[in-house]
Design a protein around this ligand. Structure first.
Ligand SMILES: [Zn+2]
Length: 185
């Protein structure tokens, strides 16, 4: 009798473990799922994402963690920096528009992008005056200016004064913090 009970408990334990594992994998897949159409990016797991809404977002860190993939979360919410020459856009020259990967805000046009040797996608101007916000950043023993998304406040990169004309600015961005939608042909 004892033996039968013991087996039953073991089987129940195994079932729970399998259910839990299955759910965990399912959530993981959902978080990373994203599809791209011609004119907008669809991120079903992120209800705040929009390529047209410019109203400010103010979400808690816990909410961002739930709706962003791990790599976007680390850059956008914790100001991580991707390694140079590794991002998907540093060397890209297609015509189109760059959007915030966390909230979908329109950030840059490809016409403002220039070939930079720094290994990160670089732009000399933002799309409109509210696309990004700037914030002093004295971390890591350096005096820099951080570039944040104008809508969600997510970290995008830094801005420097060594860019080309007409602005002389260099918005040095993380590829992972942006989505790109090519122009219609
Ligand atoms: Zn954003």
């Amino acid at each position: 009798m004892k033996s039968a009970e013991s087996i039953s408990i073991k089987i129940t334990g195994l079932s729970l473990f399998l259910v839990f594992t299955f759910n965990a994998c399912g959530q993981d897949r959902n978080v990373k799922h994203q599809t791209m159409t011609t004119n907008s990016v669809s991120k079903p797991e992120n209800p705040y994402y929009s390529n047209t809404d410019t109203s400010r977002l103010n979400l808690s860190d816990a909410e961002w963690k739930k709706i962003l993939s791990d790599d976007v979360y680390e850059v956008s919410r914790h100001a991580a920096t991707e390694r140079p020459f590794t991002g998907k856009y540093w060397n890209a020259d297609l015509k189109g528009t760059y959007y915030c990967a966390a909230c979908g805000r329109k950030l840059f046009r490809s016409e403002a992008k220039f070939a930079s040797t720094c290994g990160w996608p670089s732009f000399f101007e933002q799309d409109d005056s509210n696309s990004t916000r700037l914030k002093p950043d004295n971390s890591l023993g350096m005096v820099r200016t951080e570039v944040l998304c104008g809508r969600c406040g997510g970290h995008l990169g830094h801005i420097f004064d060594d860019g080309p004309p007409p602005t002389g600015k260099r918005y040095c961005m993380n590829s992972i913090a942006m989505d790109f939608i090519p122009d219609n042909k």
